[in-house]
Write a protein that binds this ligand. Structure first.
Ligand code: COA
Length: 292
């Protein structure tokens, strides 16, 4: 019987962690070593590396890794990435890593109501794996990539830089993705980081949209747009957001249930570059979890 130990990574294990992580691509997000080390260093400073990252080790060899994060505004603990080296799969290591990650998430925030896991569409094996752990698939989120040169206006909206007093209005808009901005603190953090825009209806000054641009070092010619919108204004907000982009391409993650926005983006020449199912599990009482 092989003895597997699940524990936080040590600071010297960054490159071996990345090696195992890479064996999960394309079923986990593809990251350059630079992008990965920025994530590692940021997590080290925030304390997440020891609290929420885990490795499975057999003797001194790393055979599995997981990265979790707490989405406070939702009350969710998300197992964001989970990989077992292909040579070591189907031996219960993924299950151990997932269970240890759940414990770590609850220790970080005992008030969590759900655990969540994102499962790539191209990886059907992850679905029975997650379901056996008690997760249920609840929605599909699509990453659409496309050109930005087609500057069309369905309806011109006024676009301005949001102020802190706009936050309560932004909180009431519908976010594009399940991890979109919903709480005061997260929106304030975004506003302070810049690259945020507020869209209003010119006739009555009604706030109908919010967009944030991000530049991912792994995609230098593209702008990643996240947005929130008032019901009925989704397409106009997307158009206004695309009009402000300076790069040739844009990347948007959109929930499959926002059909009118997907339809609009496909008609503009966007294509699906990635997709993932969101699987969730309701958290039992704390005592029950630790007793399992
Ligand atoms: C998904 C993954 C983490 C599973 O790790 P693992 O160590 O092989 O999982 P376990 O051995 O704990 O499997 C537990 C159960 O899940 C199910 N399962 C796991 N892999 C499966 C597969 N390829 N096909 C069907 N069922 C599977 C089985 O029910 C299995 O129990 P069994 O072996 O007794 O039949 C691993 O396949 C992997 O790293 N995949 C690539 C990355 C990825 O998809 N990550 C998940 C989402 S981020």
């Amino acid at each position: 019987m092989i003895e597997t130990i699940v524990r936080p990574p040590t600071l010297e294990e960054m490159s071996s962690f990345y090696r195992v992580y890479q064996t999960g691509v394309p079923n986990v997000d593809s990251l350059t070593y630079d992008g990965f080390s920025r994530w590692w260093n940021r997590s080290k400073i925030l304390g997440d590396l020891l609290a929420l990252w885990r490795v499975a080790a057999v003797e001194d060899e790393l055979v599995g890794v997981s990265i979790s994060m707490v989405l406070d505004s939702y009350g969710w603990g998300a197992i964001w990435e989970l990989v077992v080296d292909p040579e070591w799969r189907r031996k219960g290591i993924g299950t151990r890593l997932a269970q240890e990650s759940e414990h770590a998430l609850l220790e970080r925030n005992p008030a969590l109501t759900h655990f969540a896991m994102a499962l790539k569409l191209q990886n059907p094996a992850a679905i029975p794996f997650a379901e056996r752990l008690g997760y249920g698939i609840q929605s599909l989120v699509l990453r659409l990539d496309g050109p930005t040169e087609d500057k069309t206006f369905a309806k011109a909206l006024d676009v301005k830089i949001p102020r802190l007093e706009d936050i309560p209005l932004i909180m009431h808009l519908t976010p594009d993705t399940y991890w979109g901005l919903r709480d005061y603190r997260m929106i304030e953090f975004s506003l302070r980081g810049g690259n945020c825009y507020l869209m209003t209806e010119p006739t009555n000054n009604l706030v109908v949209g919010f967009a944030r641009y991000e530049h991912d070092h792994d995609y230098p010619d593209a702008t990643v747009i996240s947005f929130s919108y008032r019901q009925g204004y989704g397409q106009d907000v997307v158009d206004a957001a695309l009009n402000g982009v300076k790069t040739q391409k844009a990347i948007l993650w959109v929930q499959a249930k926002h059909e009118e926005i997907l339809d609009h983006l496909y008609a503009k020449g966007f294509h699906r570059a990635d997709a993932e199912f969101l699987a969730r599990k309701r958290i039992k009482g704390l005592c029950q979890i630790f007793a399992d």
